[in-house]
Write a protein that binds this ligand. Sequence first.
Ligand SMILES: [Zn+2]
Length: 439
Amino acid sequence: MRNASRDINKKTKNSSEEWNDKTNDKGYNLAYVSTKNRLLVLKEIALYGPVSRVTLASALGLTKAALSKIVAELLSNHLISEISPDTISGCNTPGRKPILLKISEHSPCVCGILINRHRIAGIIADLSCHVVEKEVISYESLNSEEDLLEHLLSLYHTLISKTSRQVEAVSIASLGPIDDENGKILSPFNFYGIHNMEICRLLEDQIGRPCFLINDANAGALAEKMYGFDKSASNFIYLNIMNGIGSGYILDHKLYRGENGQSGEIGHSSINFSGPQCDCGNIGCLELYANNRNMNSKIRQMQSKYGVLGTLPHKTGDYSFDEILCAAERHDPYALTALDEFCNYLSVAVLNVIRFLNISTIVIGYDSASDKQLLEKTLFHLLHDKMDFAQEHSLIVRHSTFDGNAPLYGAIARAADLVFEGKLNWLNGTDENKEEIKR
Ligand SMILES: [Zn+2]
């Protein structure tokens, strides 16, 4: 088990290249093509379902006969189920309506977990990211990695006790830096001294299910790509503004993960070469400037200079990021100034990425009770003012489909992606230690 999932993690890096190699060979294996077609149908249903057989055949370029055979297999394995279009609200087209296909309510699930500095959140969800259970554990501090492991096991056992669905894998999105190939949390800043924690091995030993690890911002990007409202987007930056600032990149429709999953540390890219030293060792990192503490300092400065005239109530402690965003939305002048400064710092780092990668879509994930448009609009205008004419045409800055939860859903997306790539074999029954797909 342990070695199997480590191997899966390592092989994932070049799966699409492997596929291209296979299909370009003269004598490629027909059994492999058959399996690949079944996985493509499963993926299409998971990502775009409920969907009709006609739509599926057209989208995947399969004959009616070939598709029927695959659908029958998936139905008999309880991976998918049929649904009457009459049961779907808004489906009011006249005439005979085709039966639709969706991921079955009896199909296996993944336990997705997101690790933050002060809480772990978990969900049980199927391949379409339909969430059947959720749970959160909060903590002020952790004494050791054993402490974190205990919380994770408690979360996992609580979740599986609440559902009758079969849970086949555990997928963790975590603050970085991490080593995703070896399932290790390396040494995140301000994370209670946790260092080189082999989190996947420790969990697999306890629960007997394969476990996978992904950087939280990468997970957010993958969730947006697979389950977000624009699945056709070929290139975008996902910015995660929760416990610091991280970024994930979808390049040419694929998640860019770097050598070992440590890409996207935009918060630790320098925006001031003569700035202070960061905990990461670098100089003038973005997170030293664009953070909640600095936003509060800005507000306090203005309050002491001009008096408490805005809509922010007097408070001895710090205003939260959400409180500042909500006040800015009410046109509070101090909150607006603090937000503008935050976005200005952010725009410097984001503009570098835009210029390096020629990307024009930015998706931002965070939680807020505000309408979640002001930060996006502010950043848009700052970037727009600094960009070249040719690029500014297509600039899009939008809020994440999942607010601040994209990394949690991304944990599910990571495991689902492994299933769709054939790295986790759910096609022939779902017991653990299954034989890998023959190529
Ligand atoms: Zn840094």
